[in-house]
Design a protein around this ligand. Sequence first.
Ligand SMILES: Cc1ncc(COP(=O)(O)O)c(C=O)c1O
Length: 502
Amino acid sequence: MGRQSSDEPIMLSSIALLQERFKRLQRVKEMREERELLKMFPVTERIKATIIDHDHHDQDLGFPIAPSQTQKNSLLFQPESRRKDVVETPFSMNSWMAIGGDRGEGFNCVEEKWGLQCVATPEQTVYTTKVARNENLAKLQAGYLFPERARALSTLEGYSGYGAEQVEDNIHRLLMQKLRAAIASTFYKGLGIEETDVFVSDGAKCDITRLQILFGSNVTMAVQDPSYPAYVDSSVIMGQTGQFQKDVEKFGNIEYMRCNPENRFFPDLSSTAKTDIIFFCSPNNPTGATATREQLTQLVQFAKRNGSIIVYDSAYAMYISDDSPRSIFEIPGAKEVAIETSSFSKYAGFTGVRLGWTAVPKDLLYSDGFPVAKDFNRIFCTCFNGASNICQAGGLACLSPEGLSAMQDVIGFYKENTQIIVDTFNSLGFKVYGGKNAPYVWVHFPGRSSWDVFAEILEKTHVVTTPGSGFGPGGEGFIRVSAFGHRENVLEACRRFKQLYK
Ligand SMILES: Cc1ncc(COP(=O)(O)O)c(C=O)c1O
């Protein structure tokens, strides 16, 4: 048994495959050797089993069974259920590993050792999305050539190769692993996102396109309207959309989820069409609006009902100063329906340095039960050679106690800029949105075209803003004013705004 077999998808409905897997496990003398292999299988089946003796549970394993699995299987470890009682219980490959780890002394199944007869009631208990796996990824064979080779050559001190970042063999050795661990513990502590779920990249924008490659051209998608243009444009490039419809300023086959002051910038999900993918950004660029816990709970439930995958962009999460969630994974159930992408660009001024990450939980599965993370790993190793070591070292420094405090200072500075801009437009009588948890101020010019206002401001004050309609038809009548700038420039711009609109 080797790495090869861990690369096979386990089809949840296929009891024959499960039996085959059990047979092979039977041949492994020391089950602990297979721990990495077994960690790959989030498969839960119902089986009939007999407990014949006490079991050591996961003590020998060196890694804990996920709490939910432990809980699910606790029945197996209760004294009353020992001896010859036949119990029917959900049973996962992970716990099989745990039980197998004591060389079969502790557990046996009805009739035959190692569970060859454990076929009583196969029943799928894991949640899968309804998004079909990209069939082109399924065509690929083993891992991408160069990471495979790098794995063989890499050493602690020297060559780590490129593109092999997600290979677990070197997990404690590479700088990348340290950064993954630091990201997981800084941004996802207690949320069930592990370092192995984190893909370190050269930025969230690049990951958005990689995610589109992952999903392929046969998916449908929804976006907030207005939204960061990379979602729609990458969707168009991938061939997921129809033509641009000039009359409505929308691409065909994209669900535009209108977010405006009337719905407090959160879409009306009761009238939102079901799509495979939902791009959602909070705090939002351009509106600066932040979704509440209740709203994100609705979104996760909506995705779950429809079998959709949410791509959650949290590039501005550190700007949140109220109790709005900073990560979608704060919402129960999100790990089964969401991917999160984020960035050092807005926290540490890494816009040009280029460093970001995407978290893809192991619980996120395509409709056939195949883990999305495995395909994303393949995309990463094929389309990307890793963030440079210099950028990674910079990212690690950002996540040190001093770095985190420096990032808070930077964010605090931009938030002061934001307040200056908000106060300026408020004093001029404009309705102003955003600004609170985001470095963007969304200013309403009712009845006017965004482009006209943009041109007016540019020509008369020589200040560059962004026309709201550039972010989708829902942005018409607004302009976005960014707080990313030197203080004296922001103050000067505000002085000119006051002159223009007094
Ligand atoms: C919502 C959002 N996501 C992602 C990005 C890009 O992030 P990165 O610099 O990490 O590619 C931006 C940059 O403007 C953004 O506004």
